[in-house]
Design a protein around this ligand. Structure first.
Ligand code: ZN
Ligand code: FE
Length: 256
């Protein structure tokens, strides 16, 4: 089976657009629809036709291009059952454990409430590719607009069970500012220091820092590291639960 192809391109200010393509079936899906014009250009560049939009959540920088792209291409739109009333143009409603087939490449749906209550991720298991929207960022995580810290921590733990070599395709280029915060939490984490040097070099060369890998995130992302002794010492929460450490880390980041 030919590998799933992923075409990544910048959209809006700091979003990434992603087209995923099964070359054998000749089928293409856009992960979210941040910018209909940028996605239309990306499709033309590859000479791909849009068959599907896979929405992660309802925010305008993720679903704002749905109706324009559907009108232009006749694509079908897949999204969370929980967002049936607020993601425009949906045709197929999905939830935890459902799967979506792009030709012979199958994505499993993982519900990850926290950033929004209906947020879902698309995991192409055989391809080791996870499209995580605004749930997990490189060295960061989404703001808790609609969920509780406990919900978000439960969601992140689901993603942490994936293999370490899973590529993490986040929806925004937030890595460097996330990393600056991460360093205030764990200044002595050598993996974090090394990742920040790598990120600085990539950004200086105008290169994306995304995708990351789950293994790299587990080593550097404070939101996946509530067990870290150094993080707990920074927060003064040596004996707290992981959920409490996660919640305090998120609160500090909101004020950073
Ligand atoms: Zn969002
Ligand atoms: Fe977003």
């Amino acid at each position: 089976m030919a590998a799933l192809q992923v075409h990544q391109f910048p959209c809006l200010g700091d979003n990434y657009g992603y087209l995923v393509h099964d070359p054998e079936a000749g089928l293409t899906a856009s992960i979210d629809s941040p910018d209909a014009e940028a996605i239309t250009r990306a499709l033309a560049e590859r000479d791909w036709q849009l068959d599907y939009i896979l929405n992660t959540h309802h925010h305008a920088d993720h679903a704002g291009g749905n109706l324009a792209l559907k009108a232009a291409t006749g694509c079908r739109i897949i999204g969370a059952r929980a967002d049936a009333d607020r993601i425009p143009g949906m045709d197929v409603l999905v939830g935890e454990g459902d799967s979506f087939a792009l030709g012979r490449h199958t994505a499993r749906i993982i519900e990850t409430p926290g950033h929004t209550r209906g947020h879902i991720c698309y995991l192409f298991e055989a391809d080791r590719a996870a499209f995580v929207g605004d749930t997990l960022f490189s060295m960061g995580c989404g703001r808790l607009f609609e969920g509780t810290p406990a919900q978000m921590w439960t969601s992140l733990q689901k993603l942490m069970q994936l293999p370490d070599n899973t590529r993490i395709y986040c929806a925004h280029e937030y890595t460097q500012s996330n990393g600056r915060f991460a360093l205030t939490m764990e200044p002595d984490n050598p993996a974090l220091q090394a990742r920040m040097r790598e990120v600085a070099a990539l950004r200086a060369a105008s290169q994306p820092t995304v995708p990351s890998t789950l293994g790299a995130e587990k080593a550097t992302n404070p939101f996946l590291r509530p067990a870290s002794t150094e993080l707990r010492a920074t927060l003064g929460l040596a004996a707290a639960t992981d959920t409490e450490v996660f919640a305090e880390t998120r609160r500090r980041k909101d004020q950073f």
